[in-house]
Design a protein around this ligand. Sequence first.
Ligand code: ADP
Ligand code: MG
Length: 211
Amino acid sequence: MKSIAIEQTREMLCEVCRAVIGQKPYLTEVDSKIGDGDHGIGMAGGMEKAEKALTDKTDFDSVNEVFKTMGMAMLNSMGGASGVIFGTMFLGGIKGKEKMTELTCENFPQIMRDALEAVKKRGQAQRGDKTMVDAFEPAVEAMEENRNSLEEMLEKAANAAEQGMEDTKKYVAKFGRAKSLMERSVGYQDAGATSVAIIFKAMKDYVEKAD
Ligand code: ADP
Ligand code: MG
């Protein structure tokens, strides 16, 4: 599959919402090891609002509008650092872009690359700082390197995000509550990186089924 239409893009992001909501207890558990334990609650709450917004609205005129609806619902409902960071994950890539009527092997990596750069600009985190960037950046690179089909692109991206999430165990936290633990944060995976791995896996699962 080289592309998906606006409606399939909407369905794919709904699948992302349901996957994160389903992993709420797991995300909470991961965040409670070195964070304050609210990541699952925050993410699931934002994704519930996003799924509702994506379901209530029926007349999306572009892929841009689908991403915007998702990101705005998260930004407006989540609050805190992760509301801005994860809202930007869906908003940053469409900002200033012409309307797209399908999601393709060419424009999808560009959308996610621009979203990543917007997240990094907002949050000032670099790879190795033990944040969601550690999963997001390798996933975007995998997308850029695998443009033959959406299935292959998202399979590689989901694997890269999962590996990036695993790698956060090795890092010392530089942001959020975990920062105060310093070396004691080593050995535990980052909650936000875990969310990114879940998000990419859900997109992979969707395109696999949509075949
Ligand atoms: P809070 O830190 O406000 O409790 P959450 O627990 O919902 O928010 O989210 C924490 C996650 O947000 C972290 O695990 C990390 O991945 C991500 N995060 C926090 N600050 C930043 C940042 N500056 N840049 C990128 N990601 C960040
Ligand atoms: Mg937290």
